[in-house]
Write a protein that binds this ligand. Structure first.
Ligand code: IPM
Ligand code: MG
Length: 364
């Protein structure tokens, strides 16, 4: 049975990094004997331009009928005007909500080959390896009321950080499941000293923890967590947090890996269990980088590693995922670098060459 994949390249550098990822996916197919059927769709600025909406019903339906979705990036400075009636990001949010992708996994790994390539002291970050489980369909992004209005004393706006216990318990469960497969230490990040939604979060996390006696649970305030990430990242293993906190902390954490261009993500529609496959969408954590678009510059590794996550979480192809990870590691060891991770005495390559190298190291 061929695997059915929806591919949404999106805006800016999105199509470039997706092309390289498909190249690597084809190499996986020929080495391991799998067939991947791809259906392309539009999302973001390109969709607004060509279809009049950031995500059409047809594209959403096509995604629902697939085994997994691969997405490049969305965002276009043309729509930066806050008054614009529609934004490319709306397409991404509609996908997350429409596909029920409540669990966003963002692994952060410091590659040995890149340990001297960041703004941090190598001895602080060497060996850091942790994963964020970010809630993705609740909190400030979707809570109601959410609006801006005029009053006699000027304009006002509100966003609501609202969570139900069901929303909290299912994401915390994902945290525990992931922690179970790692070092069995889960940090739940909140702001329970101030926010009601965080107090509920903490209560529910404690309740769910009874089902996971083998996993140690620690609560950490989000401000302290932001400090810990750069002060002692090796302390961290698995973290679970709400939508906005996760958005902010993962950009921060990406710097440990040397570049946003290194960090993949998986957005899942259920609780991942060992050996079972689950529907998901896979995308790099970086944006569309419009200033880099069309120049064969962007680092495709984050998207390629997202595809590796797709192989393991949605298609149950663990060996294949490991082969992709190994190929990426090898190319980095050999000294090849895109501009964002360039270092002394390294070999600078563009997007396409990086894709070629990784596909080549996979054999196939
Ligand atoms: C991310 C991005 C998105 C988010 C934007 C593009 C809407 O920053 O995936 O982290 O805020 O979730
Ligand atoms: Mg973000």
């Amino acid at each position: 049975m061929p695997f059915k994949l929806a591919v949404l390249p999106g805006d800016g550098v999105g199509p470039e990094v997706v092309d390289e990822t498909i190249k690597v996916l084809r190499a996986v197919g020929s080495r391991f004997g799998h067939e991947f059927r791809l259906n392309y769709g539009l999302c973001g600025g390109v969709a607004i331009e060509q279809e009049g909406t950031a995500l059409s019903k047809e594209t959403l339906k096509m995604c629902k009928q697939s085994d997994a979705v691969l997405l490049g990036a969305v965002g276009d400075p043309k729509y930066d005007d806050p008054e614009a009636p529609v934004h490319p990001e709306d397409g991404l949010l509609a996908l997350r909500k429409g596909l029920g992708l409540f669990a966003n996994l963002r692994p952060v790994r410091v590659y040995p080959a890149l340990v001297d390539n960041t703004n941090f002291k190598p001895e602080v970050i060497r060996g850091a390896d942790f994963i964020f489980v970010r809630e993705l369909t609740g909190g400030l992004y979707f809570g109601r009321p959410k609006r801006q209005w005029r009053t006699s004393r000027g304009r006002r706006a509100v966003d609501s950080m609202s969570y139900s216990e069901q929303e909290i318990s299912r994401i915390v469960r994902v945290g525990f499941e992931i922690a179970r497969g790692r070092l069995k230490k889960l940090i739940s990040v909140d702001k329970a000293n101030v926010l009601q939604s965080s107090r509920l979060w903490r209560q529910v996390a404690l309740e769910v923890s009874r089902d996971y006696p083998d996993v140690e649970l620690e609560h950490m305030l989000v401000d302290a967590c932001s400090m810990r990430i750069i002060q002692n990242p090796r302390y961290l293993d698995t973290l679970v947090t709400e939508n906005t906190f996760g958005d902010i902390l993962t950009d921060e954490a990406s710097m440990l890996a040397g570049s946003m261009g290194m960090l993949p993500s998986a957005s899942l529609a259920g609780v991942p269990k060992e050996g079972a496959s689950i529907f998901g969408m896979y995308e790099p954590i970086h944006g569309s980088a419009p200033r880099r678009a069309g120049q064969d510059m962007a680092n495709p590794i984050a998207t390629i590693m997202s595809m590796a996550m797709m192989l393991s979480y949605s298609l149950a192809l663990t060996r294949e995922a490991e082969a992709v990870e190994a190929a990426v590691g090898q190319v980095l060891e050999e000294g090849y670098r895109t501009y964002d991770i360039m270092g002394e005495d390294k070999i600078r390559v563009g997007t396409k060459k990086m894709g070629d190298l990784i596909a080549d190291r996979l054999g196939g």
